[in-house]
Design a protein. Structure first.
Length: 91
């Protein structure tokens, strides 16, 4: 009998990957020097790894809510946009 946990696990993995990528991108908007950003990126990765084994759905929801709230609070008011991207300085 096929397991229904696979679909949930796939969606969950995609959400966590998206959250991780958005967090890294936001931290890059705040950091001028790449080597300083790398240190911050390692701290972000460590935080995600600490929550890797959380299985309780209620606790997961709390972790996600806190992460989204922190991301919203730290959102850069003028994020970096590549010059050739729409909205960049070349346009």
């Amino acid at each position: 009998m096929p397991s229904t946990g696979g679909a949930f696990a796939s969606v969950h993995r995609q959400y966590v990957q998206s959250l991780y990528k958005r967090t890294l991108k936001n931290s890059l908007d705040w950091t001028v020097c790449r080597h300083e950003w790398r240190r911050k990126a390692m701290q972000i990765r460590a935080e995600f790894e600490r929550n890797r084994d959380v299985k309780d759905p209620r606790q997961l929801a709390r972790v996600f809510e806190q992460a989204e709230a922190r991301l919203a609070a730290w959102k850069h008011p003028d994020p970096y946009i590549a010059p050739t991207a729409p909205g960049g300085i070349k346009w």
